[in-house]
Design a protein around this ligand. Structure first.
Ligand code: GLA
Length: 339
């Protein structure tokens, strides 16, 4: 552990470096359980950073794009910032207004990404576990929630982000890892030349406030079809209503196969560098966000495995409630390689 500086209230922030036997390097911090940087080799063996981030802690303190963040309690959007549990309505911050329509986004005003977590590096040096106790009522959510996130860098060139949580009162939960990837290694270049494949036959269309309508729409015959690898820039400006509403790709795809079992969700590759990243998850969905709101427009893309947006308000969506006695689990594997 090295010092990553101090918070305005004086608490010290740590930076942890994970290195594997092939030289891949991940840096994580206990502020926000954030992935600060990830470096992997290109096809010639040259190591380069492939995630968007900041040089210092100050950058992450000010960040409003969730770079590298662990997002919670509920990642993605909740309609009107409201949900009902056991007949009681809860009101959350409406901190996002797509299409001029207020909604709750990514856990609220001070989400998990702005909290200082406890850190516990593993004895073998391959992983770090972050723990955060989110008190009852925090950001409007019920229950004292214990959230845990473990980052592991394996010798199989996998970066694993694993979340689990328990609570003493029923609460919605959708912990999400929000790294922006740019496999080219030049982080100022748009990601439009990357090839993406998604293991998804359907996606979730939204209304103009980017809340899912509840429909699962087939991707066939639309610019949302990534069943085979496609160049991201090829259809991002297509005349297709869901792309107009979101300003590009920013949607949740329904990952094929059974939620709760680990299965492939996405494959991203960059022809110039040869870098490849596969994403494997146990979650129902994957939000592919092309960085349309980034100050440096579309210089990184997110592949966020998660439950469906607005799940707390949509009974047909997978259950998003964690109850006392249950353990929430979310596994996300990033497997790096070259071709
Ligand atoms: C998510 C959302 C986007 C945007 C970013 C944060 O990925 O889907 O619409 O809000 O977070 O900037």
């Amino acid at each position: 552990m090295e010092s990553y500086g101090t918070l305005p209230d004086g608490r010290e922030v740590g930076l942890y470096t994970l290195v594997n036997s092939h030289g891949l390097r991940a840096k994580v911090t206990d502020f926000g359980a954030i992935l600060v940087s990830m470096e992997t080799p290109d096809r010639d063996g040259t190591l380069a950073p492939i995630t968007l981030g900041f040089d210092t802690l100050e950058g992450w303190l000010k960040d409003d794009c969730y770079l590298g963040a662990t997002v919670g309690r509920f990642g993605n959007r909740v309609r009107d910032g409201k949900f009902t549990v056991d007949g009681k309505e809860y009101t959350l911050a409406t901190n996002n207004t797509p299409g001029g329509i207020p909604c709750h986004l990514h856990g609220g005003v001070v989400g998990f990404n702005k909290r200082l977590w406890d850190a516990q590096p593993s004895a073998d040096g391959h992983s770090v576990t972050f723990t955060y106790l989110s008190p009852d009522g925090e950001e409007g959510y019920p229950g004292n929630l214990t959230a845990r996130v473990t980052y592991t860098l394996t010798d199989d060139n996998e970066l694993i982000w694993e979340a689990e949580a328990t609570t003493d009162a029923t609460t919605p939960l959708n912990m999400v890892h929000h790294t922006y990837w740019n496999l080219g290694g030049d982080l100022s270049t748009p990601i439009l030349d990357h090839l993406l494949a998604l293991d998804a036959d359907t996606f979730l269309p939204t209304d103009s406030g980017l809340i899912p309508t509840g429909e699962k729409a087939p991707v066939d015959g639309t610019p949302m079809n990534f069943k085979e690898p496609r160049v991201i820039g090829e259809r991002i400006e297509a005349d297709f209503e869901p792309l107009h509403l979101a300003g590009g790709y920013d949607h949740c795809w329904v990952v094929n196969g059974e939620p709760g079992t680990l299965r492939p969700a996405a494959r991203l590759s960059h022809p110039g560098s040869g870098r490849v990243m596969e994403v494997i998850t146990d979650q129902p969905g994957i939000q592919f966000y092309a960085g349309n709101f980034l100050p440096n427009y579309r210089t990184g893309l997110c592949l966020e495995t998660q439950n469906f947006p607005d799940a707390p308000n949509q009974p047909a969506f997978p259950d998003s409630l964690v109850r006392p006695g249950e353990t929430y689990r979310h596994v996300m594997v990033h497997r790096f390689g070259v071709e």
